[in-house]
Design a protein around this ligand. Structure first.
Ligand code: UTP
Length: 408
């Protein structure tokens, strides 16, 4: 974008301060800043004034799902269907690795974290191993789409290359960058993180599909005939990816989406809970459940709101396009955003000082209109690495990996 046009556009939105330091920048820096201005989604920014009430306001009810006893009973049928779909190339996998991993406290991409003890074992490596198990089981390769962010794209690609894709066929791995969204202060003014850059951050884990389309990879999905996409988080080192039994169960259920879930350990466990809201699947936060709902039991004595999500979803690809066309809601989230003050000095706020705009994958689940909760055994498939120590940490994941026979 040219300077004059950028200035006009910024003025029209009361944001001309973005070019405050323009005169101090090198030609390359000027170009980079103007490009960012050209990418601003003004409609998105305006939402800080009217954050939507996005969930929890409708009629909440328990959702029916598949528990392990039923899955065991039908395992052979589900597995045969899932294996066939993988073999026919109809299943792809999407690794969400665009997050900032702030809780782990490392600047490197989270997947490059080494969880090994006596030998290196990187998070990405362990995920690839898990996927290779399925490829071996089905005799086919599952295309893997890796979502990175502006901040970690180059090191992520480099890491895969340096490790020879951990033996996965490189031609079946695609990287794409997640779109970024700028942060604003409490008055809705765009913040600068440097003189040549807005304070940008990844636009939330619901941005994966629009970013994949923007990268042109939907064409690849169509060319390959991919009908199901298994979307999963980078940090659960035990998860099964493109798991045939899960794929088969979801496909045979006729629902447009499946969610791997674990049974809540206790009524108030701090996990998102899959339920129905006004008859549609939805994931609500643990604190949105009333005391009565949290403790409610079904006829067999189990918790009625028992399905905790683990960020492993299966989407039918034809539905994804419809969802994207209807636009995923945007969450306006209060955050601490480091930024430059009027004199160009960096301010690192101690309290929330502005808003970020994020879309969430759980809203995509809601928009599918029908979702199958599929129970997995926590100790076998859920070892999230969020923190360095304590709950959901490198330490707890190591214990679980070893329990499942992974040599560390
Ligand atoms: P988390 O919500 O745990 O965020 O992401 P995070 O960035 O990894 O970690 P913290 O909160 O900063 O410590 C859940 C999953 O969604 C992905 C993450 O990479 C992870 O796989 N994610 C999150 C994205 O891909 N993009 C985002 O914008 C946010």
């Amino acid at each position: 974008m040219e300077y004059e046009r950028a200035l006009r556009e910024l003025k029209a939105h009361g944001q001309e301060h973005v070019l405050r330091f323009y005169g101090e920048l090198s030609p390359e820096e000027q170009k980079a800043l103007l490009e960012q201005v050209g990418n601003i989604d003004w409609e998105l920014i305006s939402r800080y004034e009217h954050p939507e009430n996005l969930s929890g306001s409708g009629k909440i009810e328990p959702i029916s799902g598949l528990k392990t006893a039923e899955i065991e009973r039908r395992r052979a049928e589900f597995t045969a269907c899932g294996e066939r779909l993988v073999r026919e190339g109809k299943v792809g996998a999407v690794l969400l690795a665009g997050g900032q991993g702030t809780r782990l406290g490392s600047d490197a991409p989270k997947g490059t974290y080494n969880v090994g003890i006596t030998r290196p074992l990187y998070i990405f490596e362990q995920l690839i191993r898990n996927l290779q198990d399925v490829c071996a089981q089905c005799g086919a390769t599952v295309p893997l789409y890796v979502m990175t962010s502006e901040k970690n794209d180059a090191p992520t690609r480099e890491f895969f290359r340096a490790h020879d894709f951990f033996g996965y066929p490189a031609s079946d791995v695609y990287f794409f960058r997640q779109d970024m969204a700028p942060g604003v202060d409490e008055a809705g003014k765009l913040l600068l993180e440097r003189k040549d850059s807005l304070a940008l951050s990844p636009n939330g884990n619901g941005g994966w599909y629009s970013s994949l389309v923007r990268a042109g990879l939907d064409k690849d999905l169509r060319a390959r005939g991919v009908e199901w996409l298994n979307v999963f988080a980078v940090d659960n080192v035990l998860q099964r990816i493109a798991d045939p039994v899960f794929v088969g169960a979801t496909a045979l259920s006729g629902r447009g989406c499946g969610a791997k879930v674990v049974l809540k350990a206790e009524p108030h466990e701090r996990v998102g809970v899959l339920c129905l809201e006004d008859g549609k699947p939805n994931i609500i936060e643990y604190y949105e459940l009333t005391e009565e709902m949290a403790n409610l039991r079904d006829e067999s004595g189990d918790l009625a709101y028992c399905y905790g999500v683990i960020l492993n979803y299966l989407f039918r690809t034809d539905i994804l396009k419809e969802i994207a066309d209807r636009r995923i809601p945007v969450h306006v989230v209060r955050k601490k955003i480091p930024h430059l003050d009027e004199r160009g000095q960096l301010v690192t706020p101690e309290r929330e000082n502005g808003f970020k705009f994020e879309t969430l994958i759980l809203d995509m689940v809601r928009l599918t209109g029908s979702c199958l909760p599929f129970e997995v055994i926590r100790e076998r498939e859920f070892a999230p690495i969020k923190n360095k120590t304590g709950v959901d940490s490198v330490e707890t994941a190591r214990v679980l990996l070893e329990k499942n026979g992974v040599k560390l």
